[in-house]
Design a protein around this ligand. Structure first.
Ligand SMILES: Cc1cc2nc3c(=O)[nH]c(=O)nc-3n(C[C@H](O)[C@H](O)[C@H](O)COP(=O)(O)OP(=O)(O)OC[C@H]3O[C@@H](n4cnc5c(N)ncnc54)[C@H](O)[C@@H]3O)c2cc1C
Ligand code: SF4
Length: 509
């Protein structure tokens, strides 16, 4: 029987399980650009260009390898606009009753595909996504019976399983985690190599035109588009990272610098998340550099921890906890997302830097997402669903399986501690220590109240005051609350009033 092998937009890997037994002499591979996937949130224009252009290039590569490919572009007249509509249309056209697909990465898509056998009257052969380093079953087995899920414990298991950075049963260098060495601020003298860009080829240019035309009201600039759209180019980004950035990746992982959102980060999430690179090959390339003596242990361990640890862990938590996960709201936060998240029109230099880079590149690095825009949303009491929709819309690498646990769990603590022991709340002092932002900001990171006070400071204490019932008993918050006890009642009232006025002036409350 002929089969229709469906490849989703984040499954652009030649070794994807849905292609495993695809018989090029009779089966058909299908890819479809559909408006429903482009608009379930209004994705950044650069993300749409990346995914559609990478899909078109991938389809060409499959054709070159001998596959018959059915490709629907967004502009095709008979495009039904949804994944299900396209599968139904193409299956009818080919008179085929068998669909092969790799399990989607997002719950929303899985629920849809789960109904296809009945609604479309076809057989659906849904296969595990074997690109992960830890399967969903394996994660569930690890999580079973644990009171709390901690990345560090999971990560150690994964190190043992892969044998990466292991010396027998012990971690290389004697320590599992070199995070403490990854928190340096950036000296002025350090040179940051220029980021590699890829000039859009004719395929990408056509997609840019399509996106400008069809999604003009979506967020983001397109002029600066320079992302790789093929596996070959994504491999160049990986090489470039290992050769030019990796040695300093560890030291300056948490640093923030005006005018440079990329610093020594890899920018690889965009490619790994759509399948142009595999997490395994990214880690192995970095481990090779370590084994050849070309990269320090702290940097290599830091990178491996992000992928083997955080990336796999977040995906495991997502599938273990969905769909209930997104509904929790530990702090009952119900503030509105202020317009400044879209316009970057703000006097807070740290926010303005993260938001401008988000608009210009569809990118902000982890500490900008966590400790600037995420921290602000936490302290300001923005409703989890509003800020989560924003994170899902604005980043080149945004997919719910990774965006949701990072935002809901890590940045907002809206899950009440499923994946971290305490909220990542911080005042302006943290941002001042890690960045060069504050020296050019009109606010003073050392003032708690008053006209020049840094908003992160009074929002921080306002958050601690407002959530005392929920947080004081947390053993990891002891120091914060003993510091708060030293703030006079008069100053606390001032803090609350200044925070209220500020939040209402920007449209949160
Ligand atoms: C609020 C918030 C939202 C986020 N949303 C996303 C998202 O939608 N998509 C996404 O891929 N990442 C997300 N992250 C995680 C992280 O910020 C990005 O993976 C990282 O900034 C991507 O840039 P990079 O490739 O240069 O990362 P690098 O610093 O170079 O890290 C290397 C790789 O490790 C992985 N990684 C690092 N941190 C994490 C993490 N916390 N969770 C999962 N993988 C990680 C990524 O694959 C990344 O490419 C979010 C983090 C926060 C705090
Ligand atoms: S002073 Fe406050 S608002 Fe200004 S950049 Fe520093 S942390 Fe941000």
């Amino acid at each position: 029987m002929q089969s229709l092998h469906l490849i989703l937009g984040d499954q652009l890997s030649p070794n994807i399980s849905s292609l495993q037994d695809c018989d090029a002499s009779k089966d058909v591979v299908m890819l479809a650009e559909v408006v429903s996937e482009a608009t379930y949130v209004k994705h950044h224009k650069q993300k749409l260009v990346l995914v559609f252009s990478a899909m078109r290039h991938f389809a060409d590569e499959l054709r070159d390898s001998g596959y018959t490919v059915h490709y629907t572009t967004l502009a095709d007249d008979d495009n039904t606009g949804s994944l299900r509509g396209e599968v139904e249309r193409v299956a009818k056209e080919l008179d085929t009753k068998r669909i092969v697909v790799t399990k989607p990465s997002e719950y929303r898509v899985l629920k849809d595909i789960d109904g296809w056998e009945e609604v479309l009257n076809v057989e659906v052969d849904m296969r595990e996504d074997t690109r992960w380093l830890c399967s969903i079953d394996e994660f569930d087995e690890w999580a079973k019976g644990r009171k709390s899920l901690r990345m560090e414990h999971f990560y150690r298991e994964m190190r043992r399983k892969t044998g990466w950075l292991m010396e027998g049963l012990k971690p290389a260098g004697g320590k599992w985690n070199y995070d403490a060495q990854n928190r340096k601020s950036l000296p002025k003298s350090i040179r940051i190599p220029e980021r590699k860009r890829f000039e859009p080829d004719s395929v990408t240019q056509e997609v840019i035109g399509l996106v400008e035309d069809r999604f003009a009201d979506h967020f983001g600039d397109l002029d600066s588009f320079g992302w790789a759209v093929t596996r070959t180019d994504a491999l160049q980004v990986l090489d470039d990272f290992v050769e030019n950035y990796l040695t300093r990746y560890g030291d300056f992982q948490d640093a923030l610098k005006r005018g440079n959102p990329f610093l020594f980060h890899s920018t690889l999430s965009a490619y790994i998340n759509i399948g142009l690179l595999s997490p395994k090959e990214a880690c192995e390339r970095v481990l090779d550099a370590y084994n050849q003596g070309n990269a320090p242990l702290a940097a290599v361990e830091g990178f491996v921890r992000q992928i083997l640890g955080w990336r796999e862990f977040m995906r495991g938590v997502y599938w273990a906890k969905m769909p209930e996960y997104e509904k929790s709201n530990f702090f009952s936060a119900d503030g509105h997302l202020p317009d400044l998240y879209w316009t970057a029109d703000t006097e807070l230099v740290c926010m303005q830097q993260a938001l401008e880079s988000t608009r210009e590149h569809a990118y902000a690095h982890h500490i900008q997402r966590l400790m600037v825009t995420g921290n602000f949303a936490l302290l300001a009491g923005i409703s989890p669903s509003e800020i989560e929709e924003w994170y899902l819309a604005v980043y080149i690498d945004a997919y719910e399986w990774v965006e949701l646990p990072n935002t809901h769990g890590m940045a907002l603590f809206a899950d009440g501690g499923v994946l971290s022991t305490k909220p990542y709340a911080a005042s302006g002092s943290y941002i001042n220590r890690m960045s060069d932002y504050c020296s050019t900001c009109k606010f003073n990171p050392r003032s708690r109240t008053g006209e020049d006070a840094c908003p992160f400071n009074y929002l921080y204490w306002n958050f601690m005051i407002g959530n005392e019932d929920l947080l004081r008993s947390n053993p990891r918050m002891g120091l914060t609350y003993s510091n708060m006890d030293r703030i006079s009642q008069d100053e606390r009232s001032e803090i609350v009033q200044q925070a209220d006025e500020f939040l209402s002036s920007i449209g949160v409350s």
